[in-house]
Design a protein around this ligand. Structure first.
Ligand code: A3P
Length: 313
């Protein structure tokens, strides 16, 4: 019985990492199946050594924004044969206890990969947590940082919807969005409400810019990732200096789900979990307008800093 984990070309993986343009993609596709097997926890030390597998620190991180489409972006990038995703949110840099466990703990949370692949993780809390930029800078000052954003009011409602669903699951009651987003005393937008604060993208980005130059960030349009993901993914491939490999074949629109789903190959495809793409509650249009007016100047600043403009109101 042949060993399914036996590589076709074991010698190749011991060669120095090739230029990304030179990555033999057929080999990588085969190796992806191998990595999938290993991820199930079936790998022995011997197999890891034989295949020259490593747990690498991420070379790119999706730092946010919560509800921007961070999971969809990670899963879609993982279609690329040179990308390996950390499946779970690791919360290394935003959680003091995890951070205290040290960089080796973080590395051990990473999936096995081949040396010429790049590992990507996503933890959306990184974007809004004060200590994170400095901590990531200390790990790797040239890391590539991805931020996926959506129209700020929609994102805030999405954020609210997620929390609301959690409360309902526990049979708890919760305030209406309007009550949380607008201060009933002043009738102004309530900037103490976290879902509002998170959508002030420029404020958070400015903290990051104290450590990293703007060229190290790539802004992904989360609204376009929903309606037409491929062009957004191609921009990310370019930013990550990867050859363009994600194609229309890899993404198909699933009418039942109402979203694009992922096709890895003829047998394996998947849609994101049902918790992605929730129906939002209706929000009083006057509150929507108030929020849109509130975010407007912050959005202008965000466009100016990042060089990426959106048609947000
Ligand atoms: P909604 O639930 O508001 O629709 P995150 O992964 O950062 O929590 O983002 C969740 C959002 O990803 C969802 O917000 C959904 O709209 C969006 N999304 C983008 N592409 C998607 C896809 N292909 N499948 C499901 N959700 C997707």
């Amino acid at each position: 019985m042949p060993n399914r984990l036996q590589p076709i070309c074991p010698i190749e993986s011991r060669l120095p990492p090739p230029d990304p343009e030179q990555i033999p993609l057929r080999t990588l596709q085969f190796k992806r199946a191998l990595l999938h097997e290993l991820r199930k926890g079936n790998a022995t030390k011997e197999q890891i050594r034989l295949h020259n597998l490593v747990q690498q620190l991420p070379r790119a991180i999706i730092i946010g924004v919560r509800k921007g489409g961070t999971r969809a972006l990670l899963e879609m990038l993982n279609l690329h044969p040179a990308v390996v995703k950390a499946s779970q949110e690791i919360h290394f840099f935003d959680n003091d206890q995890n951070y205290g466990r040290g960089i080796d703990w973080y590395r051990e949370k990473m999936p096995f990969s081949f040396p010429h692949q790049i590992t990507i993780e996503k933890s959306p809390a990184y974007f809004i947590t004060e200590e994170v930029p400095e901590r990531i800078f200390k790990m790797n000052s040239s890391i590539k940082l991805l931020i996926i954003v959506r129209e700020p009011t929609t994102r805030a409602v999405s954020d609210y919807t997620q929390v609301l669903e959690g409360k309902e699951r526990k049979n708890k009651t919760y305030h209406k969005f309007e009550k949380l987003a607008v201060d009933s005393g002043t009738c102004e937008v309530n900037t103490k409400y976290k879902a509002v604060r998170t959508s002030i993208y420029t404020k958070h980005l400015e903290r990051w810019l104290k450590y990293f130059p703007v060229e190290q960030f790539h802004i992904v349009d989360g609204d376009r990732l929903i309606t037409d993901p491929l062009p957004e993914l191609q921009l990310v491939e370019r930013f990550l200096e990867l050859p363009s490999r994600i194609s229309r074949y890899n993404l198909y629109f699933n009418a039942t789900r109402g979203f694009y789903c992922l096709r890895f190959n003829i047998v394996f495809n998947k849609c994101l979990a049902g918790s992605k793409g929730r129906i939002h509650p209706e929000v009083d249009p006057s509150v929507v307008t108030k929020l849109q007016r509130f975010f407007h100047p912050f959005n202008q600043k965000f466009y100016q800093i990042t060089g990426r403009t959106f048609n947000w109101p």
